[in-house]
Design a protein around this ligand. Structure first.
Ligand code: AMP
Ligand code: GLY
Length: 424
């Protein structure tokens, strides 16, 4: 089989390494891929948002199956365009990807179908939004409606901060057209849980749960980032919570999308918060999470490509999706300064024996060497029978890898370990 993977980050590297295990796979093309992915796939310099060129490439190269993982190409309808040419895909069509593409859509969906989430109002008028803010308790959460590189969420502690946030989104357009509509919602508290789930629109099979670490610095301090590390499974996701999520969130969401004539097929990401009143949805993503995928896929015992094709063919119910009874940790090695200014172009050295466990996120090939090219550079992973051992092993691997100006959080998984200890 000739496989096409759209995207070029650590998540795509993890997907590619997993599908390579399938004997039927002959060639994998990554569009655009990156300097590290180039060791596992043929990288082609076509951007993940360039739908026309992607489709042309897929047709010309007789692609048998395409995997679309990033949000932008999904929301832009890449799957629809490939399917129109008869190329089967993993990923939702645009009409279903809207579950991530518009927060106003997803909030209204949850309200209509009684799926637990923070209470909210949607505004397209700044004055009305500010009038509303004056009637609300602080802190409060302000979200740009559309995609904003995961940055369109502001938690305001005071009314002044909230008014500034609304103004920056609606008048100053800091998130572009994504801020034409905004969602103002209740501030929730509790541990966060990420659950990725395979669904073919008929059945839903959740993957092992995980925990992201979004802030730049230890102790959850500093700016929000795309994610500085992950662990799996998430100790807050007990069997009882899993059951409640299945009944009140996962199945109702799949059914709601079917009812709206927007059947979702692919990987649906549930960003959950375990509030004192039970689990609530913080956000939906229409795709694999990054860097959640980097801890979830190493624990998958079933063949990823087989599961993906079962999703496409509507045969997920008959297909086994099995995870190892182990733990995983992923530490993101970033360029110092990320998510703000950082330097790039530094040579990266990864010992050969570590390469199977390292997913490359932001690096390029220059004169035959791998050099840093992004804020988040490498995802260093490990699995082990216990979470404590997985964390130690991941950090041991980090020590063996080098590039100038490397930075990583030193406390990935600490909160999860503390939670495990408290429960004992
Ligand atoms: P999102 O981009 O929707 O995932 O939001 C980014 C982060 O903001 C989440 O991971 C939460 O930590 C936080 N957040 C979003 N919505 C809320 C909320 N209603 N209450 C508290 N925190 C929130
Ligand atoms: N880790 C959060 C995301 O993929 O959006």
């Amino acid at each position: 089989m000739r496989i096409l993977v759209i995207g070029g980050g650590g998540r795509e590297h993890a997907v590619i390494k997993a599908i390579k295990k399938n004997n039927e796979v002959k060639e994998i093309y990554a569009l655009p891929g990156n300097g590290g992915i180039a060791e596992d796939a043929i990288c082609v310099n076509i951007g993940a948002k360039d739908v026309d060129k992607i489709v042309q490439f897929a047709v010309e190269n007789k692609i048998d199956y395409a995997i679309v993982t990033p949000d932008d190409p999904l929301v832009l309808g890449t799957v629809d365009a490939l399917e129109d040419k008869g190329i089967p895909c993993f990923g939702p069509q645009a009409k279903a990807a809207i579950i991530e593409g518009s927060k106003a859509f997803s909030k209204d969906l949850m309200k209509k179908y009684g799926i637990p989430t923070a209470s909210y109002e949607i505004f397209n008028d700044e004055d009305k939004a500010i009038e509303y803010l004056k009637t609300q308790d602080m802190p409060i959460v302000i979200k740009a409606d559309g995609l904003a590189l995961g940055k369109g969420v502001i938690i305001a502690q005071t009314l002044d901060e909230a008014i500034d946030a609304v103004h920056s989104m609606m008048s100053d357009k800091v998130f572009g057209a994504s801020g034409d509509n905004i969602v103002i919602e209740e501030f929730l508290t509790g541990p966060e849980i990420s659950v990725l789930a395979f669904t073919d629109g008929k059945c839903v099979k959740p993957m092992v749960s995980s925990m992201d670490h979004k802030r730049a610095h230890d102790g959850d301090e500093g700016l929000n980032t795309g994610g500085m590390g992950t662990i799996a499974p998430n100790p807050y996701y007990t069997d009882a919570v899993a059951k409640e999520c299945m009944e009140k969130i996962f199945l109702p969401t799949i059914n709601a999308m079917n009812n709206e004539n927007r059947t979702f097929k692919g990987c649906l990401y549930f960003g959950l918060m375990l509030t004192p009143k039970g689990p609530k949805v913080i956000e939906y993503n229409c795709r694999f999470g990054d860097p959640e995928t980097q801890v979830v896929l190493p624990l998958l015992e079933s063949d990823l490509l087989t599961v993906m094709r079962a999703v496409t063919d509507g045969k997920l119910a008959e297909t086994e999706v099995k995870f190892a009874d182990k733990s995983a940790c992923c530490v993101v090695m970033a360029s110092d300064g990320y998510p703000q200014h950082y330097e790039k172009g530094f040579e990266i050295t990864i010992p050969n024996e570590q390469k199977p466990y390292v997913y490359v996120a932001g690096a390029t090939q220059k004169e035959g060497k791998l050099v840093t090219s992004g804020g988040r550079v490498l995802n260093v992973t490990a699995t082990a029978p216990t979470l404590k051992d997985a964390i130690e092993k991941a950090y041991e691997r980090v020590e063996k890898i080098h590039f100038d100006n490397a930075y990583c959080r030193r406390d990935i998984g600490k909160r999860a370990l503390d939670a495990i200890k408290e429960n004992k």
